[in-house]
Design a protein around this ligand. Structure first.
Ligand SMILES: [Zn+2]
Length: 262
């Protein structure tokens, strides 16, 4: 499921391939992922315009077209972007294809169709309406502590709460907690100042590193949890078999020996 690092990589891909290109047509192959807009309205809103710039917030990607309209992309469970020249190259999971004047295409692929595409006028207003917290990479230590102060609940659930901090999902929350050696069910209010600072540093470190690795598990350090995460996986630190548990409705993977509850 695309999280902050994945969406940042999509942003860079879109910036490198599709900015400053005139949109000749919008080919909606499956309107299921359109949110609060019809296929003709999406096409009408974008046809003849240029993608000018993009902005990521948490797991959302916003692409500004001239005329002050923003395309909103949310990648759901399996969304991704694909830029190509020939229509025959389109994946069978291509749901919406932006056709540029130079005949190249940008497809929003989404096998499971939990993604979302919409148009909006004001990104900040959208973020406010959704009550999304600040982006995980926009925070400094003071803000991070302030957001987590006086919270109750498992530290993992807190990290996953997009209304507190936007961008961290199941995989990277586990990775951050593995790095800090905190059990995912640790009660957040039991973390002292030092532990919160450690959590903040690990959050930045893991997200930055994952982006540098192009959000590709093959390129991530073998000392991370991610390459070992799953049934039969062993802790890269101590060799203990990794365990899973449902925490905050999601499956957490962790090492019960390295990650103790405080
Ligand atoms: Zn371990």
């Amino acid at each position: 499921m695309p999280e902050l690092p994945d969406v940042e990589i999509f942003k860079r891909y879109l910036d490198a391939t599709s900015l400053h290109q005139r949109i000749h047509d919008v080919d909606v192959r499956n309107k299921y992922i359109l949110k609060d807009i019809t296929a003709p309205a999406l096409a009408r809103g974008l046809k003849g315009r240029l993608f000018e710039s993009s902005r990521r917030h948490g797991k959302h990607l916003f692409v500004r077209a001239d005329g002050k309209i923003w395309l909103r992309l949310h990648f759901g469970m399996t969304g991704s972007l694909d830029y190509f020249k020939d229509d025959k190259q389109a994946s069978r999971h291509a749901r919406v294809i932006f056709v540029f004047a130079n005949h190249h295409r940008l497809a929003f692929d989404d096998q499971r169709q939990f993604g979302q595409i919409g148009l909006l006028k004001d990104v900040d207003e959208f973020l406010k309406k959704r009550s999304l917290g600040p982006d995980a990479l926009d925070l400094d230590l003071g803000e991070f502590k302030q957001i987590l102060a006086k919270r109750r609940g498992a530290v993992k659930s807190i990290l996953l709460n997009q209304q507190l901090i936007a961008g961290i999902g199941n995989i990277y929350a586990d990775e951050i907690l593995f790095r800090t050696r905190m059990h995912p069910a640790t009660e957040i209010s039991r973390l002292d100042d030092k532990a919160l600072a450690k959590l903040f540093r690990a959050t930045r470190y893991i997200l930055d590193k994952a982006i540098a690795a192009k959000a590709d598990v093959e390129q991530m350090p073998k000392s991370w949890l991610l390459p070992h995460r799953g049934k039969g996986g062993k802790c890269p630190r101590c060799g203990e078999k990794l365990r899973s548990a449902k925490i905050g409705g999601r499956t957490a993977w962790f090492c019960a020996r390295c990650q103790k509850k405080i």
